[in-house]
Design a binder for this molecule. Structure first.
Ligand SMILES: Cc1cc2nc3c(=O)[nH]c(=O)nc-3n(C[C@H](O)[C@H](O)[C@H](O)COP(=O)(O)OP(=O)(O)OC[C@H]3O[C@@H](n4cnc5c(N)ncnc54)[C@H](O)[C@@H]3O)c2cc1C
Length: 303
């Protein structure tokens, strides 16, 4: 119930305006967001690198209202790619196609993504494509699919909760995708997505084994011990070395576990959001763990 309310709140632009204007939250926001500037994100990347942890930088901001905004976001990503090529080797960028305008004009969005893929390739940086709500998910996958043969290192997120996920995964025949398997963070109707936590975890574990067996260099975006232990055991059983797949986690979530896995020799990448448009991102993090809501409310009350 709380999860549903928070996910509804995440998509509410009036609430976003209200909350974002409140001079609050620096404590709770800074736990999950690296800072408002690219420099702050690169600083976090370098600190994590000292611990043997890679990052993926995410410029906060989602569905744009005008194409001009998608051009601005694309330019900001070009800057981010140059910055990490110079100052945080091994880092990737994670992009949301809603921010590149997929909801307004898919062909303009594809043009923006192409520009990012070209710049990234020149700089030796990998691009990861986030998977968003089902209102843009299928178009996101279509655009990703069109670029995959020319940019095969590009990674795409796949949401285990979505009923179409197994079919989407096995629909890649010629070039196999590098995926980031996640449970799925959006409020979706029962026709489109599994709803029960246990069911989603079971599906995640099933698809994790499938990805280890069938796909190159899979990444597992989860903080769930049940999923992480499953991936480790299955990789072991299948004879897949710890450096041949990757765990991914969110900035500020289970930092002890991130460091422990890296120390044990696993590849770990932390998703590091930066920028000022933190509201929907933060709401989804609260929906995942209602205890975060208490942190948030405390910071509102104490101003
Ligand atoms: C690197 C990365 C990239 C992602 N990209 C996408 C994407 O492109 N599209 C998409 O739909 N979703 C994405 N997600 C979010 C994902 O779908 C889940 O909503 C999120 O990871 C929570 O699921 P979980 O697997 O961690 O398991 P859960 O069962 O939700 O959590 C397991 C345990 O992890 C801890 N935990 C989980 N979330 C939090 C939190 N927010 N704060 C504090 N503790 C927490 C708690 O201890 C919890 O008990 C991404 C997640 C990661 C890690």
């Amino acid at each position: 119930m709380i999860r549903k309310l928070l996910l509804l709140a995440a998509a509410n632009t009036r609430l976003e305006r209200l909350v974002s204007r409140h001079p609050l939250t620096s404590g709770v926001v800074s736990r999950f967001v690296a800072g408002t500037t690219l420099d702050s994100a690169v600083g976090v990347a370098r600190a994590l690198d000292d611990k043997g942890i890679d990052v993926s930088l995410d410029l906060l901001g989602e569905t744009v209202g005008e194409l001009q905004e998608s051009a601005v976001a694309t330019a900001a990503y070009v800057d981010a790619i140059h910055a990490i090529a110079d100052r945080a080797p091994g880092a990737t960028v994670s992009v949301k196609l809603s921010q590149l305008g997929v909801g307004l004009d898919p062909s303009v969005c594809a043009g923006h993504l192409k520009q990012l893929l070209e710049v990234a390739e020149e700089c030796g940086v990998t691009v990861e494509v986030d998977m968003e709500h089902s209102s843009v998910g299928p178009r996101t996958l279509e655009i990703y699919r069109a670029f995959l043969p020319s940019f095969p290192r590009t990674r795409v997120a796949q949401q285990a909760a979505m009923r179409r996920c197994p079919e989407d995964l096995s629909s890649f025949t010629d070039v196999k995708p590098r995926i980031r398997l996640v449970k799925g963070a959006f409020l979706e109707p029962i026709e489109k997505a599994l709803q029960e936590r246990e069911e989603i975890t079971a599906q995640y574990r099933y698809l994790a084994t499938w990805a280890l067996t069938n796909l190159p260099d899979p990444a597992f975006g989860t903080h769930d011990d049940a999923c992480i232990d499953h991936v480790r055991a299955e990789a072991d059983r299948l004879g897949i070395a710890p450096r041949d797949f990757e765990f991914q986690m969110l900035y500020g979530v289970r930092r002890d576990l991130q460091e422990r896995l890296a120390a044990e020799g696993y590849r770990v990448r932390v998703y590091v959001p930066f920028g000022s448009q933190w509201y929907p991102y933060l709401m989804r993090r609260m929906a995942e763990r209602p205890a975060n809501l208490l942190l948030f409310l405390r910071s509102v009350i104490s101003g």
